[in-house]
Design a protein around this ligand. Structure first.
Ligand code: NDP
Ligand code: 2IT
Length: 449
């Protein structure tokens, strides 16, 4: 099913599999990068001689810890917390925290591994890491969320620092959780160390545009992919999976650029609104009232709710998966292509299965992999760190222009690398190789690390 790897790289992959048994998502993320690397090892034989691939696949440090907390009725719960500090060749470990019941070491490691190359692609001085907990925030009160965050940070704080490891949000972790986490870090350390977390609120060290950045950035990346094809987003019919942070600001920017978004979703079902999704209503439901997307259809005339529906069966020209990993399989990809989809931009991390990616690439549609397309979130986190370091705060317009320039640059460099290494138009190869070379060169320059 997978294309073969060169013999020496296959041996490395088998070793990674054996050393990290049962971590399927991590294996999947590693395999995808290794499949891109054959021409890199020809140009840079020192990477193989110095075992850079083996080193990059082994996290620098993995922290697993107990998170005990009490719910509002006084019942005790125990969750498992993680922080995988993957690679610090380019800067402090940087990457989000995910609170979701599916979280285990394999998920955190796949996310951390991808983060290393994504962060390198931004051109900013940030290494890669990821963390989280198998905690389910659904249905929990503010007080329960606060107690969980405080307990989580009570252990994690000793591993963090503005020059060491700088977490941010991911699934289940947004502005509210970052506030509780930052407050506890501040109490434990007696330091107002703004740069230790990003995604903070405006008024206490946060950056304008960070909330919007992943979604806006993903749309800028798709705009660039269409531009090289002599096309634009104007008038395009789009679908966006999820209805969380990334999905909401993807919808908002698509609409600003003249596209029509007719559907979005959550883990329970799909909402279809042929007039175009009312993004302010989605914000009110999800960001303020924390309700399900099903309620959208009861509040908006003409909208339909499909419980358990498959979003990818809705015909569109542009699809932006923005919910979770492996949400588009081979069959979904074939359906999208058959229905006329010409561009896919991954707002989520690894939302397309390897078979799905092959379908898109073979069909010749514009496919923007998450490492490149969703890098705007972490890039704007790095802009937040810059503002914290200089005790400055920039305007929305200035910060958005910087984000746009970074995404345009990531598009240009992944495009150029794909061409240089013999896979023109293939942004998967372009992103994997560009990120890998930047990290590998720094690792070699820093000695045997
Ligand atoms: P949110 O928690 O804000 O939203 C997640 C959305 O995805 C919700 O609509 C949720 O539905 C849905 N979802 C989550 N898990 C599943 C699942 N297992 N099956 C189906 N639907 C699911 O998270 P974000 O928007 O921040 O993150 C979305 C994706 O973007 C993730 O892959 C994340 O790693 C990636 N990402 C996030 C960045 C950021 O800055 N936040 C940056 C770069 C990438 P429900 O409410 O029903 O669970
Ligand atoms: O996957 C990601 O890039 C994120 N969740 C954002 C990480 C960050 O540090 O802003």
């Amino acid at each position: 099913m997978h294309p073969p790897l060169p013999e020496n790289v296959e041996a490395i992959f088998q070793q990674v599999r054996a050393r990290n048994a049962g971590e399927d998502e991590f294996h999947q993320a590693v395999r995808e990068v290794l499949e891109s690397l054959a021409p890199v090892l020809v140009k840079y034989p020192e990477f193989a001689e110095q075992k850079v691939i083996e080193r990059i696949c082994e996290p620098e440090r993995q922290i697993i810890f107990r998170v005990p907390w009490q719910d509002d009725r006084g019942e005790v719960h125990i969750n498992r917390g993680f922080r995988v500090e993957f690679n610090s060749a380019l800067g402090p470990y940087k990457g989000g925290l995910r609170f979701h019941p599916s979280v285990y070491l394999g998920i955190v490691k796949f996310l951390g591994f991808e983060q290393v190359f994504k962060n390198a692609l931004t051109g900013m001085p940030i290494g890669g890491g990821k963390g989280g907990a198998d905690f389910d925030p659904k249905g929990r009160s503010d007080a329960e969320i606060m107690r969980f965050c405080q307990s989580f940070m009570t252990e994690l704080h000793r591993h963090l620092g503005e020059h060491t490891d700088v977490p941010a949000g991911d699934i289940g972790v947004g502005g509210r959780e970052i506030g509780y986490l930052f407050g506890q870090y501040k109490r434990l350390t007696n330091r107002y160390e703004s740069g230790v977390l990003t995604g903070k609120g405006i008024g206490w060290g946060g950056s304008l545009v960070r909330r919007e950045a992943t979604g806006y950035g993903a749309v800028f990346f798709v705009r660039e992919m269409l531009k090289v094809r002599g096309d634009s987003l104007g008038g395009k019919t789009c679908i966006v999976s999820g209805s969380g942070n990334v999905a909401i600001y993807t919808i908002e920017k698509l609409q600003e650029l003249g596209a029509k978004v007719i559907a979005c979703s959550d883990s329970h079902g799909v909402v279809v609104d042929e007039q175009g999704i009312d993004v302010d209503l989605v914000k009110q439901l999800k960001e303020v009232e924390r309700r399900r997307i099903a309620d959208y259809a009861t509040l908006r005339r003409g909208a339909r709710y499909l419980p358990g529906g498959n979003l990818w069966e809705i015909p569109c020209q542009v699809a932006m998966p923005s919910a979770t990993q492996n949400e588009i399989n081979g069959r979904d990809a074939r359906t999208l292509v058959a229905n006329g989809c010409i561009a896919v931009g991954e707002g989520a991390n690894m939302p397309t299965t390897p078979e799905g990616i092959r379908v898109f690439l073979e069909a010749g549609i514009a496919f923007g992999p998450g490492k490149a397309a969703n890098a705007g979130g972490v890039a704007t986190s790095a802009l937040e760190m810059q503002q914290n370091a200089s005790r400055d705060s920039w305007t929305f317009e200035f910060t958005e222009r910087k984000l746009d320039a970074i995404m345009t640059d990531i598009h240009a460099s992944t495009w150029a690398t794909a061409e240089e290494f013999g896979s023109p138009g293939n942004y998967v190869v372009g992103a994997n190789i560009t990120g890998f070379i930047r990290v590998a060169k720094a690792m070699l320059a820093l000695g045997l690390i």
